[in-house]
Design a binder for this molecule. Structure first.
Ligand SMILES: Cc1cc2nc3c(=O)[nH]c(=O)nc-3n(C[C@H](O)[C@H](O)[C@H](O)COP(=O)(O)O)c2cc1C
Ligand code: SF4
Length: 415
């Protein structure tokens, strides 16, 4: 692990944590979680203590609540929850049970991708091992399978799936903590976030600290992919630099051109940005986000405009299509990027792309559209020469793009 650490999730046991949680009042447990500084690992970094408190308060009025561990792994190249469930399933199950105890929920769901068969077997074995302690705590845990596809992991789409509807996002507020499954208060947290609860509750908030790091607390599972020696899932300290994260995977195998951080909606940073730290605020300031926890090393010789076009072609297929800025925006951005890689780009495409990024970011209904703007913004600001060579010189800077359009993608709305 890059920074010197004292806490490692993948080396932690769950033993004794649920009993300890049951000896504390919900408010005492929330106070311990608050002092630990635990923030959501699913991307947005919302403090777990605040979510627990909001769900508990709403549940007191509603009389019932649910807890969902989001172990879906929407990004197929970032199997973080699967890794966690295959290696430490008891941490996720007991984390769910502790959260259920705090918010007063009887029914919990472990929400998985339909293809995560091995993780599912490990979770089922852990549930059998834990059956007595779960019964004593009055908690039922059911395994629920998502639909497949990227949007199946978004929290409001996930709630729709648990109500037997299509994986489409909902307007918020009301937040799931107030109105989730069947309009009941529902805590939706990433499996990785909930897995940190047992050690924090059992050993106290200090146990969660990682020595030598500032800012966000604890560790983060990351999927290091692309041009690295050993692509895999690693546990790194929050606050590690992107360079250290890549080093954890054995370092780059060839000259680095860019670092794609956050998965399918994440921004691509220039290779010079290896000093940026894995931290919610620092990644945001750099133009990207933690997202799916994927850090992809992009080698020299790759055309970044083509990378952006490829990502938008994926997003245009995966959008749930319920809101116009994203349904239309992902298609338009993809079309413009394809025009550019096909040698049909114009200077006026750049402000048009920037405007579409603003629309996606400001008016989309869920994180999918909101964060996808970072792909447009970072590729244009960090790799202006790739765009310029395509548009001004009419050639691919790396000689790798092949035309996919015979005519420009244009709409009546284009300036
Ligand atoms: C398109 C999309 C896919 C997502 N997929 C996942 C996922 O697979 N796992 C996850 O924990 N969060 C995922 N999220 C984030 C969830 O919406 C939600 O914020 C998270 O589960 C909350 O947990 P946390 O507070 O512990 O981070 C996704 C978000 C979006 C926009
Ligand atoms: S931003 Fe995209 S994925 Fe999210 S609700 Fe709108 S259409 Fe659906």
């Amino acid at each position: 692990m890059p920074a010197s650490t004292s806490f490692r999730l993948l080396e932690t046991e769950a033993d004794g944590a649920l009993e300890r949680a049951r000896s504390l009042s919900p408010d005492e447990t929330i106070a311990v979680v608050e002092r630990s500084g635990l923030r959501g690992r699913g991307g947005a970094g919302f403090p777990l203590a605040q979510k627990l408190r909001a769900t508990r308060t709403a549940a007191t009025l509603a009389g019932a609540a649910y807890v969902v561990a989001n172990a879906y792994d929407a990004d197929p190249d970032s199997p973080l929850s699967r890794t966690l469930l295959e290696r430490k399933p008891d941490l996720v199950i007991d984390g769910l049970a502790i959260a259920a105890h705090v918010v007063g929920a009887e029914q919990c769901y472990l929400y998985l991708h339909p293809e995560a068969t091995r993780a599912r077997s490990c979770a089922e074995a852990a549930l059998s091992r834990r059956i007595e302690s779960l019964q004593e705590a009055g908690t039922r845990v059911a395994i629920a399978l998502g639909p497949g596809g990227f949007m199946g992991g978004e929290e409001s789409a996930l709630l729709a799936v648990l109500e037997n509807k299509r994986a489409m996002a909902r307007q918020r507020p009301p937040w799931p903590a107030e109105q989730g499954i069947a309009l009941r208060p529902t805590l939706v947290s990433s499996a990785e976030t909930l897995a940190a609860l047992p050690p924090i509750v059992r050993d106290g908030p200090e146990a969660f600290r990682v020595a030598g790091t500032a800012g966000s607390r604890g560790t983060k599972l990351v999927s290091v992919t692309g041009a690295v020696a050993s692509p895999a899932v690693y546990e790194v300290a929050f606050g590690s630099t992107l360079g250290e994260v890549i080093q954890a995977a054995g370092g780059v195998t060839t000259a680095l051109k860019g670092i794609h951080v956050g998965g399918p909606t994440g921004g691509i940073l220039n290779a010079t940005r290896t000093g940026v730290r894995l931290d919610y605020e620092e990644l945001k300031a750099a133009g990207t986000h933690l997202g799916s926890g994927q850090v992809r090393a992009i080698p020299e010789g790759v055309c970044i405009v083509n990378e952006a076009a490829r990502l938008f072609s994926y997003l245009a297929r995966e959008t749930c299509a319920i809101c116009v800025p994203c349904r239309v925006g992902t298609k338009r951005v993809g079309g413009i990027l394809e025009s550019i890689t096909s040698g049909l780009g114009r200077e006026s495409d750049l402000p048009w792309l920037a405007e579409l990024a603003d629309h996606l970011n400001e008016f989309s209904l869920c994180g999918f559209g909101i964060t996808s703007a970072s792909i447009i913004r970072t590729t244009m600001s960090e790799f202006p020469d790739d765009y310029r060579t395509h548009i001004v010189e009419g050639r691919c800077p790396t000689g790798t793009c092949t035309p996919v359009r015979a005519r420009r993608y244009e709409t009546m709305a284009q300036p």
